[in-house]
Design a protein around this ligand. Structure first.
Ligand SMILES: Cc1cc2nc3c(=O)[nH]c(=O)nc-3n(C[C@H](O)[C@H](O)[C@H](O)COP(=O)(O)O)c2cc1C
Length: 197
């Protein structure tokens, strides 16, 4: 195991997935890597992720994969995630993938899905929050929100870049395979570099 990843052993990580369905398969590999590194991962789903059958994955398949990898049923309601704050139930919150929609809300203090309330609850306790961008409007409408989040305390970014500059000139996607390393560095209070890849 990468030396860095030793940092993850025994840590309680809330893992919130929002509705960038095309990245789910890659993100699940990162969840597996966190579990392999010894983290206790609690999956959390936005309403869109919990309820949508898409061409990329059916909602039931997503929940099944997460249960198999982490041993936990995903939390899919506000009531399930609310105790994260008062009960200090996680050491870190990862939002991966993070949609343009969820980043816009997070930047503006809106917490109306389980994924967003989980982030809010973690930040309330000063826990690190790791974000893995995935949105077609990353260099358009979402750019200002990414900028707001980049400058916010306790928030760390999984390195990201343009996935298809010619075909989708404003699209940004994080390197999902770098989630474990970004999380390990965030526990040390450091942003992994370079952010832009
Ligand atoms: C098949 C499919 C793929 C999508 N892919 C993305 C995506 O990659 N990035 C994104 O920001 N939104 C994407 N969306 C739109 C979001 O799912 C939508 O904005 C939703 O309201 C997000 O809710 P959430 O952020 O609470 O999960 C996609 C929607 C569908 C149906």
């Amino acid at each position: 195991m990468d030396n860095n990843l030793a940092e993850l052993k025994g840590k309680r990580i809330g893992f919130a997935m929002t509705g960038s369905f095309c990245t789910f398969a890659r993100v699940l590999k990162a969840v597996q890597a966190l579990a392999d590194a010894g983290a206790a991962v609690q999956p959390i789903l936005s309403y869109a992720s919990a309820q949508s059958d898409t061409r990329f994955m059916k909602a039931g398949e997503l929940a099944g994969h997460l249960k198999r990898i982490t041993g936990s049923e995903p939390w899919t309601t506000l009531q399930q995630v609310e105790p994260i704050g008062p009960g200090r139930k996680v050491d870190m919150l990862i939002m991966a993938p993070a949609t343009g929609n969820s980043m816009a809300k997070l930047a503006r203090g809106i917490a109306d899905t389980p994924a967003l309330l989980a982030v809010k609850s973690a930040l309330r306790n000063g826990c690190p929050v790791v974000i893995a961008v995935s949105t077609n409007d990353g260099l358009a409408a979402a750019a200002q929100n990414i900028g707001i989040l980049l400058s916010r305390k306790h928030i760390y970014f999984v390195p990201f870049g343009q996935d298809d500059p010619i075909g989708k000139p404003t699209s940004l996607v994080a390197r999902m395979e770098s989630i474990p390393e970004t999380a390990a560095m965030a526990f040390l209070g450091e942003q992994v570099q370079p952010i832009l890849v």
